[in-house]
Design a protein around this ligand. Sequence first.
Ligand SMILES: Nc1ncnc2c1ncn2[C@@H]1O[C@H](COP(=O)(O)OP(=O)(O)OP(=O)(O)O)[C@@H](O)[C@H]1O
Ligand SMILES: [Mg+2]
Length: 357
Amino acid sequence: MESENWKPNFTIRFNSTQTPSKELGSSRIIMAAIEILDLEKSYLVGFWRKRPKLALRPLRLTVEEGEVFGFLGPNGAGKTTTLKLLMGLVFPTAGTARILGKELDDPAVKSQIGFLPEQPYFYDHLTARELLNYYGQLSGVPAKGRAARVEQMLERVGLSGSASVQLRKFSKGMLQRVGLAQAILHDPKLVFLDEPMSGLDPMGRREVRDLIQQLRSEGKTVFFSTHILSDAEALCDRVAVIHQGELRGVGAVADLTSGTQGKIEIIFYAAKVPAGLTALGAVARISGDMVNAVLPEEQQDAALELLRRERLKLISLAPVRNSLEEYYIQRLQPTDVEKEDEEDEARNEENRKGVGV
Ligand SMILES: Nc1ncnc2c1ncn2[C@@H]1O[C@H](COP(=O)(O)OP(=O)(O)OP(=O)(O)O)[C@@H](O)[C@H]1O
Ligand SMILES: [Mg+2]
């Protein structure tokens, strides 16, 4: 049982072989929706495919039922690899995982999960409606009511007007919407989304955010990967940061963003930054007829006094809150071990080039 997810005060954690979650008086029984137990994946790369490359170092992570969980990391971090492992699309080099208390290859799992792949591929001669009907059959949506369910999903992802258009005429964002519709078509308990906002215009992004919120309010578990931190901050209960195949941190968004940084931000009307402000340790920038300055909170009184002396009109003053972005950036800083690994890797690469392989 992992300590990071252990919640005291009447929360009873069951392990996967026990009863699913339900409310019992004031106590809350939580079942893990996803238990990743040291999953590891290495690919064989290089000309002779002999050199192992670790795409995912042993990953241990638990996602509770009903959570919206964000899996964050830069390009090449290992997000898609993790999702493919969980979907059984690639096999782990080591480790295992359980979904909704069952082994990954348990057929009962498949009907309860939905998946939006990173690059959804569809038979493009089909229309959106035909494709969803087809997926509905595959995922066991009962024939009675299937057509109505398809229409409902098309409506939900904003594609009702294009339901009879062949997918080859769809834009990237429209295909992404079809992908989302197929992921939730069979009303799964747990939804995996790989970069769900990718390729969408601002309106589309907003709609997907709303859709994820709706899934949350229906009690579903959503596990999605992204590098759009504002989406993660707005949507997620918890996030994990992964970098170079390694888990760098897990935390509740509310905790990560609740603190302040010991700095204040003041905004006031001025044509230029007053000279005395920089001496107070402020980092200031001018935008239009306003100045925005961030400075240590202990300089607040001195800064206000300076504005008063210079007869400058204050617009706002607020503490600078932690954002998910700071946490994320901080987690991506290379560790000493990694710096050494990178140097070794560079040396090996040089040697390989030297022997012409
Ligand atoms: N089939 C493969 N063969 C060899 N290496 C692979 C393969 N698939 C992925 N990798 C490597 O594994 C690492 C993780 O890739 P992955 O696709 O999981 O990253 P990601 O976090 O999803 O990135 P992105 O944000 O760009 O989608 C990368 O270094 C990638 O080059
Ligand atoms: Mg990816």
